[in-house]
Design a protein around this ligand. Structure first.
Ligand code: HEM
Ligand SMILES: *[C@@H]1O[C@H](CO)[C@@H](O)[C@H](O)[C@H]1NC(C)=O
Ligand SMILES: *[C@@H]1O[C@H](CO)[C@@H](O)[C@H](O)[C@H]1NC(C)=O
Ligand SMILES: *[C@@H]1O[C@H](CO)[C@@H](O)[C@H](O)[C@H]1NC(C)=O
Ligand SMILES: *[C@@H]1O[C@H](CO)[C@@H](O)[C@H](O)[C@H]1NC(C)=O
Ligand SMILES: *[C@@H]1O[C@H](CO)[C@@H](O)[C@H](O)[C@H]1NC(C)=O
Ligand SMILES: *[C@@H]1O[C@H](CO)[C@@H](O)[C@H](O)[C@H]1NC(C)=O
Ligand SMILES: *[C@@H]1O[C@H](CO)[C@@H](O)[C@H](O)[C@H]1NC(C)=O
Length: 323
């Protein structure tokens, strides 16, 4: 049996991404041609039932990538050798959407078994989620591989907190190769989704011992947040929209809100009060197209942070377990 030369060349072309281990726009074109359709349909169906799911996936992806790189480690359940990142402080009782990624993965496995990594599915799902929410599409190179372990310490220390200074947040981004523009553009993700009262309640009643709300919080928004989040511990887990004007629409209204002192999180409003970032906020508040473009560019950068390629890592069979 002799393999014709043309077939050999064809095989080399097909498997080139595996050989060289780089991300590639055509990575699954031969091995899973319907991948994007399957992921898009999964998102579309889920969003019809749960209007928050796009936001939740976007946040899940950020938390996976910013801590220990984009390796789908956030999807892993606890084992005897590592603790689950799902139990990390920024993630527990807060990150959601695990079932959706698992269900899309199951559908992908039916047509392309052992081929598509969980991290590529999550990365594609987030691109579709933003697009289906009214945001702009960005081209995505694929071929990431899934990590073999989780690191709860990384999740506890590398994910920015809403109680942190802008300097602290910038440091966490720059540690991953992301710059000030990425901080501002990516914070625009808070144009969709919800936040629990405890993440901003310190701004509402007695800010810094002043007896009054945070002066950089619009008075009418402060009043409505006080109603939504009464000054008792029981209200801590209640949800309010991060953008009360267009809560499920991926637009630039988040930045318009910041210009109006209507950011919910202190870590968001500071982007308008700090003169290192306020010009960018104003820019994005005026030019939706500029925000859409920069957000896509920054998402591509975020999606490549610490990505595993080539023969490293693995393609998991189930997203919550290493093979
Ligand atoms: C810059 C520093 C950031 C801080 C301090 C921060 C903090 C937070 C907090 C406290 C919440 C509410 C969580 C809860 O109450 O359970 C939240 C929600 C959210 N975050 Fe961020 N975040 C940051 C950056 C980002 C980035 C870069 C993205 C994505 C690119 C993102 C996407 C989201 C989304 C979409 C939600 C809503 C999630 C949902 O409704 O399920 N955040 N963030
Ligand atoms: C891709 O999906 C189309 C229908 O949308 C189907 O006709 C085709 O057979 C699928 N291709 C593969 C390789 O699964
Ligand atoms: C619909 O969304 C809810 C959460 O809002 C979820 O608990 C439920 O499993 C979803 N149902 C389907 C069929 O996806
Ligand atoms: C886990 O993350 C922490 C914090 O980034 C790091 O110091 C530690 O080396 C990591 N552990 C492993 C096993 O990679
Ligand atoms: C606000 O906090 C300050 C300092 O902690 C305290 O002295 C003051 O009594 C508080 N005011 C109210 C109205 O709770
Ligand atoms: C911001 O405030 C201005 C002036 O009060 C108002 O015209 C505008 O509609 C507000 N924008 C948003 C997004 O609420
Ligand atoms: C920001 O303000 C500080 C102090 O108010 C000033 O020293 C600094 O030059 C300003 N930076 C920019 C970029 O405008
Ligand atoms: C605002 O956007 C324009 C492009 O429209 C860009 O040239 C300029 O540098 C931006 N300014 C800031 C502060 O980001």
């Amino acid at each position: 049996m002799h393999l014709p030369v043309t077939n050999l060349v064809f095989c080399l072309l097909v498997f080139q991404p595996f050989v060289y281990g780089q991300l590639d726009y055509k990575f699954y074109d031969y091995t899973c041609p319907n991948l994007t359709k399957i992921v898009r349909f999964g998102l579309w169906s889920a969003m019809a039932n749960d209007t928050r799911i796009a936001a939740s996936l976007l946040r899940m992806h950020f938390h996976d990538c910013i801590s220990n790189g984009c390796d789908a480690s956030i999807l892993l359940d606890e084992t005897s050798s590592f603790r689950s990142e799902k139990d990390a402080i920024p993630n527990r009782n807060s990150v959601r959407g695990f079932e959706l990624i698992e269900s899309i993965k199951t559908n992908v496995e039916k047509v392309c078994p052992n081929t598509v990594s969980c991290i590529d599915i999550l990365t594609l799902a987030v691109r579709e989620a933003v697009f289906l929410s009214g945001g702009r599409y960005w081209p995505l190179a694929l071929g990431r591989r899934d990590g073999l372990t989780a690191n709860i310490t990384a999740s506890n220390t590398e994910i920015p907190s809403p109680f942190e200074s802008l300097d602290g947040i910038i440091a966490k981004f720059t540690a991953k190769g992301l710059d000030l523009k990425d901080v501002v553009a990516l914070s625009g993700a808070h144009t969709i989704g919800f936040s629990q009262c405890f993440t901003f309640k310190f701004r509402l009643f007695n800010f810094s011992g002043s007896g009054a709300p945070d002066p950089t919080l619009d008075a009418s928004l402060a009043t409505s947040l006080q109603t939504a989040c009464p000054n008792q511990d029981e209200s801590d887990t209640k949800l309010v929209p991060l953008d009360r004007v267009t809560t499920t629409r991926f637009d630039n209204v988040f930045f318009k809100n910041l210009v109006n002192n209507s950011g919910v999180l202190a870590s968001d409003q500071v982007l308008m009060t700090d003169n290192r970032t306020s010009a960018m906020v104003l820019n994005y508040s005026k030019f939706p197209f500029l925000f859409a473009k920069d957000f896509g560019d920054s998402m591509v950068k975020l999606s490549n942070v610490g990505a595993i390629t080539g023969q490293n890592g693995q393609v998991r069979n189930k997203c919550n377990l290493v093979n």
